[in-house]
Design a protein around this ligand. Sequence first.
Ligand code: GAL
Length: 993
Amino acid sequence: MTITYESVATPDGVVAPRFRPPTGASSASAMTLDGEWRFRLFPHPDTGVDRGERGDDWDRLVVPGHWQLAQAPHAWPYGMPEYNNVLYPFPVDPPHVPDDNPTGEYRTTFRLPADWPEGGRTVLRFEGVDSWFQVALDGEVLATSHGSRLPTEVDLTDRLHAGGEHLLAVRVTKWSAMSYVEDQDQWWLSGIFRSVTLEHRPDGALDDVRVHADYDHTTGVGTLRVDTATVVATPGPVAARVTVPELGIEGVTGEELQIAVEPWSAEQPRLYDVVISTDTETVTLAVGFRTVSIEGGVFLVNGRPIKLRGINRHEFDPLRGRAVTPELMLEDVLLMKRHHINAVRTSHYPPHPHFLDLCDRYGLYVVDENDLETHGFQPGGWVGNPVDDPAWTEVLVDRVTRTVRRDAHHASIVMWSLGNEAGGGCNLPVMVDAVRELDPSRPIHYEGDFSSDHVDVYSRMYADSEEVELIGQGIEPPLERPDVDARRRAMPFVLCEYAHAMGNGPGGLADYDAIFDRYPRLLGGFIWEWIDHGLTRADADGNLFSAYGGDFGERFHDGTFIADGLLLPDRTPSPGLRETAAVFAPIRIDTRPDGALLVRNRYSFRDTSHAELRWTLHRGEEELATGTLDLVLDAGTETVVRPPSGLPLLEPGEAPVWWTVRAVQQKAEALEEAWLEPGFELGAGQLLLVEPAGLPAPAGRVTTEADGGFRAGPAVFDVRGGLRSLAGRAVHDLRVDAWRAPTDNDRRPARWRGPADAEKWRGAGLHLLAERKDGVAVTADGALAVEARTAGPATRAGFATTYRWQPVTYAPDAVDLLVDIRPEGRWPESVARLGLLLALDEPQAAETGVRWTGLGPDESYADSRYAALGGAWRHTVADWQTRYTHPQENGARRGVTSAALSFADGSGLRIDADDVTIGARSQLGIELSLRPWSDDALERAAHPHELVPDGRLWLHLDAAQHGVGSAACGPGVLPNAQLHAAPVRMRLRFTSL
Ligand code: GAL
């Protein structure tokens, strides 16, 4: 049979897949072929180019890399990236793909170095080629392969001659039958995107090395057994010496070696060098001793329950796509560790193998996922799905077993995953059997096995916290078949995806986390996802921006759905990542309703003796007292702490007094360099000890101006009571507001049903609110009372508002505003915000400085607020903005009791907030947002660089905002963070500085 790019066939002409020691672990000779290759792109796989053609006058292209990104961000000579989530961008007609199938011809030449060993075999290894490729040497086709994120090896030995030059030709197609099983939610990017090496395999080489390293937590004894074989040169078992120098043990392959060891865990990633040698090759592997088990429905590592506080990671570099460098992999791992992430699902394919080395070394639990997704069959009812088609069995088994063989030696991997969103069918049990046979030591995961017939853990995505709570208790609705139901009910539960981090969000992370902690059956989960895949692109003026679906002229794409990570594309942590760090903190410090702090050691294996609990008593920018708490908690235990006695008794002052406790790393951990510095925060929490003194009554009288208008301290009004200027600055607008530039979550219906929040809000006219003044009067006590009504078009619902302005007798530069907002008529279930919009003329608004007392330093929302702590903070208006890849509501600072703005011209404005109530609830301070552009502009902008200051400072002085939720993919805002139309009252004081 001739194998083509449309064949459903396993790789041909390749070396049998094996448990291969990773690159760099072997003493055998190797030579990289990475670098500049010759390249030409053709419109179709029938390129007509001879394999013997050297291509000396072709273009130059760097391997590893994707051809679409060869000249990113400025030029795209080889076609542009395309983004699709679920749907195939071509007709669903497997195994056929379009004729328009860009195909790269790659050429490079090499000579074996003079010192290349004689004898043995020489193997060419590709770590990753997307999607289908053919390998030819000196004009002759030797192999065809696929499995974009899997290795391929081709034995070249018989065609190599010492000293001679060889021509290597690789033909790579963009589309192939395999595109049907590689439908992951990401950019379609092609080419040889991982390294290519030539490797010598001596006779008697260690080609196939299986390491079994278990840990018995009852005895503290580790068991090591290494099985080896040669596969390439002289197939068959091979005996080798096994030593662990650090433990002083020696043995041979096949022998069980037992010795007391320190176990491996993500908390304490202890590794030992295991040296395996024959006369011709030595392999050194960093081995961790650990045992994964499931007992009584609970997932255990080394006999103890663990929680996965994880993220889903795609490989992504904004300029290089999936051709990620070792430096970037390390950056990812360190960013995860620094944000208390302890687990990674390698969505949705095996990552570059070096990433797993780093997970072993720094300590991350890994769910290693097979390179498989066929989601595009779902809309057609899964008809024709490869996972249910016997014609695909061999291909699918080949993929998953290549995954296991490549990665099995990694201690960090605690589960295998069969793939993502690939439906069910006859091939699932076959894949499961194949994995179990190769590695019975790890549980198998696959969310698409909906009743968990074949797998070992019950996995779901985006289940809401209510349902997860039922599952935690084992009282979820039953499956139809009682035996399957009983089996699944005895399984641990994991959310392989939850808390969709698209744009501003995720909201509700802490709600999930609390439920995970409550029930032993709940193993935790993986936030979707790690990073926004915004590719850097230059616009016509040369401005660089992060491009998403549609930005490369694709006509069939999924837009902003590619920007749903905790990191912005340049790896700037989003507020969502800081929230993750606060929620995932291993030493959690939470406020209890009785005015104490609960300190919990959430490690599974270690006490808190590496941490110091430091406290500060502070008011505004003033530190009043500091100290430490003498406390060591064993793994899994908790205690209640209160401020020590003898603290100064404090009268209420201008700012609230907080008692803040931070658990910090005491000294650098010896086992790992650099990432865990002394002082690194492992958790924080605080108590509000003294509320600020209220603002004294204003008691001044407004004056009437010559033009019939009014004046109250720094505020000037027209005859109808409209605010014209404040603190010497023209007022462009002041009115009630209930709208926001919709977040990605606002734009989508929760749980994919019903209208989205933003649609409901639009239906109520919130995006077009206008205010009418109904009356103005000076009250007997000297205040200016303005009655107004704010409403949108085509609706009877509106807000009746009373503004009561009054000068402050003892502060001539100040004016008080008491505002009462009363919703009238029928409102949608929620509103985006409730408060005042104030727009002031300010030519240099972005440079305005802000110092505020409240929660900070980052933005927070009602359901994303763990990272924000009470204190005194400062920013500029420019820095106040979060530049989400897709612009949307951002930047709210909550609990603000005072804020001082300093304008570029040296003048300033101070805003104090007091007596804030929503319905029957009173709260400390307001939610403040500041922007150098309007919400309209924010909503209209497709990318952050399109936002330009408009000469005004736009302030939101809100009582509250609706939470953010994660409706973009999953549940919306939970009741505890919803904002309903309700009467609002706030007292604000504006002081000209
Ligand atoms: C999930 C899928 C992910 C991603 C996410 C939406 O269903 O598994 O790959 O597409 O939805 O961002």
